[in-house]
Design a protein around this ligand. Structure first.
Ligand code: AMP
Length: 183
């Protein structure tokens, strides 16, 4: 059984109100490290982002952070990463995250997280990549996002096939199961 060589996780730069999400970020970091996958993320040491990076590193995993120069202080650039790549803008960060990763997972997060998820799906819609985008629907966090996309499709503004460009899973195990590669 094997997993993608690199997995990018999008999640909040805030901790959020629900401590279960903090635990989920911690557990996912360990699962990615134990799967032998390289974690790619935004490079900060804040919120759920910091939690997942710390957990993956403590479990012996490799972690690459990609951070725009202007956020190095605001997002408290992580001092202990396997690799930290500084880029000039948010756009370059997103592009590099998407280029460097074989698969994407989203935990709960804010506007940046939503933007990143939508960018991955939109680029897949334009056939710019064919990498999986997994939304971990903890306590139905991503349901309104799925409903919005359903409404867009039902309204005739996106093709039915867009439903195939992302996968909603209920929990962390579901995410890793969805990413398992056929050997
Ligand atoms: P948030 O979900 O808002 O806490 O942000 C999660 C990560 O997404 C943080 O590293 C933000 O810097 C990043 N982010 C915020 N806005 C954008 C954007 N427009 N494009 C790409 N990343 C963003």
């Amino acid at each position: 059984m094997s997993y993608p060589a690199s997995i990018c996780v999008f999640c909040g730069s805030s901790m959020g109100h629900d401590s279960d999400n903090r635990q989920a970020a911690h557990d996912l970091g360990i699962m990615i490290a134990e799967a032998g996958s390289h974690l790619i993320y935004g490079g900060g040491h804040v919120g759920l982002m910091g939690v997942i990076a710390d957990a993956a590193l403590a479990a012996g995993g490799k972690v690459t952070g990609i951070i725009p120069a202007h956020l190095r202080y605001a997002e408290d650039e992580h001092p202990g990463l396997t690799e930290l790549i500084e880029v000039e803008s948010m756009f370059v960060r997103k592009r590099l995250m998407i280029e460097r990763s074989d698969a994407f997972i989203a935990l709960p997060g804010g506007l940046g997280t939503i933007d990143e998820v939508l960018d991955v799906i939109t680029l897949a819609q334009l056939s710019q990549h064919a990498k999986p985008m997994i939304l971990i629907n903890l306590k139905d966090y991503w349901r309104p996002f799925g409903t919005l996309l359903d409404d867009v499709i039902d309204g005739g503004y996106a093709r039915e096939a867009v439903r195939e460009l992302y996968t909603l899973v209920p929990d962390l195990d579901g995410a890793m199961e969805a990413l398992k590669l056929q050997d």
